[in-house]
Write a protein of this length. Structure first.
Ligand SMILES: CC(C)[C@H](C(=O)O)[C@@H](O)C(=O)O
Ligand SMILES: CC(C)[C@H](C(=O)O)[C@@H](O)C(=O)O
Lengths: 354, 354
């Protein structure tokens, strides 16, 4: 009997979701078992198929069940057959909001051997951690429509920023920055235009920063940040930003760090009042689904973030190390592997770690 | 006497603004005079210095004077000594909003010979036109703060999107797409999250699109767009997007097309009810100001957009051609030139055009 059992909810979702999640669980199990931890997994069928069949995105009863789990691994949700926004708002964002995933953690790290669209890649230079706020901002869903379908129609979309919500994520970001060698924190916002929200973010960073004298604080407008991501990525260490800006810059971050196939994320409730959720940044990619062509690496790296969150730091490092080795080997031997083969190879490398 | 005189307001502004604007006017005059057009320029001192001296950003009387001009050339405004947002909202955005610059036109084009941070640059592949909405969205300045400086503080920031405002810019974008060989229009938004605004934008694009059967219409989430800008820029021909998304992706566009030193823009009121305003995308760069180190090319290219807008299409093409030649020469002979030398060289190339 394992010393500890982790109750893990698995939401394979749509498209390539089920394929990549299988490999994620494979590697997770291997890494956990080496530390005498067993996984007690429960699968939840949520996503496009369920919505088509029942009209449900996330029944309350399922949300309640999920609440009693320790962590959630999610593949991807979404399908062209479902109108835009239904699954995003009804499932993905509902989970992030209900479970208070106020930290959306997205490392942007270029592993040795990985190809990037940037010229002269200096692999040591892309290693940042984006701390994206996950429970408010323009994602709050506030706003509405007036005089729909008339020439006088108005649609509003409101960004909500609270002291409470901004402070907790900023504090988390300072903690992360404080623990890193460079100890640099950059606030990304657009405070010269979004003056109400921007002033709050700036003030909170200033105030919380007093408690972290070792951390140097920088500010960058979101527009300039996209420029620096491609021209001077070494400017960034830890980045803290709002929900929408974080969404945008982390896709760009994924692109410069080798593509969306490698980008991992954790939707984290640091207090563990609710289960945190780990998912690749990529979508369901229905065009390649079912052919074993998807790269499960982003999901595997997301499980490493899960292990870290569960207090299994060594296991997390072992998974990351196995992925790094796999990516390096891939750079030398370019032969095609299936989704399952990549998962097998990474799991084997985990098993072989010293 | 010239056949036509154009009343041109010049706002040099702060930092490198005055230096680059001098070169912009130099090239403009050269190009205009070859078509028997004279410039009647009036300089307006607006920006950080005036704000420090008088507390004014844009006095009503100056706004009235500007209203009677045919076009405005702006260098750059902003200085670290002025709190963020004052000059942006009080001068730049005020002009865009007062003068109904609902089209913020930003070409993203990689000229032959120009270095880009992207690997394997294929210069023919980056040639898009971003049509950014300029008078609403999150830039409307709506929102506010409740319970300031208490733990219960809330700051909101509201994006306002009207049928009127969206339709006019979408129509402009379709016109532009229709006139280009590829005739492709991509709406960039985030309609799966910003569902109220996103649905309006989508619906308007669909409806207006019926009038432009030759134009193929595509949609891309803003996060994915940043990814494609660096990995597959050839996906884009004309892009239409809201004020904030447009701000973000055009800085990224500038970066991939050789840097902010080359990125031009026009704040356009297509009906000519008000003077349109042309400005480089870059800021005032106070760190290099006064040393003749700034590259005036973005300002010169912005004046080409002005010439186009004034109906001087041949003159516009001649300026663009001169810039292309200058950039190409620069790629071969890397010797340093001052701001004025670059302006002289481009003006000379304009004069030499057949
Ligand atoms: C699918 C979508 C709602 C989501 C987001 O915008 O957060 C995705 O883009 C992401 O980054 O996880
Ligand atoms: C200075 C700022 C207000 C402006 C904007 O956000 O529009 C600038 O970034 C731009 O793109 O012209």
């Amino acid at each position: 009997m394992a010393a500890r059992t982790v109750k893990l909810a698995v939401i394979p979702g749509d498209g390539i979701g089920p394929e990549v999640v299988t490999e994620g669980v494979k590697v997770l199990s291997e890494a956990a078992s080496r530390h005498d931890v067993a996984l007690d997994t429960t699968e939840y069928e949520l996503g496009a198929k369920r919505w088509h069949a029942t009209g449900e995105t996330l029944p309350d009863s399922v949300e309640d069940e999920l609440r009693s789990q320790e962590a959630i691994l999610l593949g991807a949700v979404g399908d062209p057959s479902v109108p835009s926004g239904i699954l995003e708002r009804g499932l993905l964002l509902r989970l992030r909001f209900s479970f208070s995933h106020y930290v959306n953690l997205r490392p942007v790290r270029l592993y040795p051997g990985v190809t990037t669209p940037l010229a002269e890649p200096e692999t040591d230079d892309i290693d940042m951690l984006v701390v994206r706020e996950g429970t408010e901002g323009p994602y709050a869903g506030m706003g509405g429509v007036l005089r729909k379908d008339t020439p006088g129609e108005i649609a509003t979309q409101d960004s909500v920023n609270t002291r409470f919500g901004v402070e907790r994520v900023v504090r988390y970001a300072f903690e992360k920055a404080n623990a890193r060698p460079r100890a640099k924190l950059t606030l990304v916002h657009k405070d010269n235009v979004l003056t109400y929200a921007g002033e709050l973010w700036q003030r909170v960073v200033r105030e919380v920063g007093v408690e972290y004298p070792r951390v140097s604080v920088d500010y960058c407008h979101v527009d300039a940040a996209t420029m620096f991501f491609v021209s001077q990525p070494e400017r960034f260490d830890v980045v803290v930003t709002d929900n929408l800006f974080g969404d945008i810059i982390t896709d760009l971050g994924a692109a410069i760090a080798g593509g969306i196939g490698l980008a991992a994320s954790g939707n984290i409730n640091p207090e563990n009042d609710f289960p945190s959720m780990f998912e690749p940044v990529h979508g369901s990619a229905p065009d390649i689904a079912g052919h074993g062509k998807a790269d499960p690496t982003a999901t595997v790296l997301s499980s490493a973030i899960m292990l870290q969150h569960l207090g299994l730091a060594t296991a997390a490092r072992q998974v990351e190390q196995a992925v790094a080795e796999d990516l390096n080997a891939r750079a030398k031997d370019g032969s095609e592997r299936s989704t399952a083969q990549i998962g097998d190879d990474i799991a084997r490398r985990v098993a072989e770690q010293g």
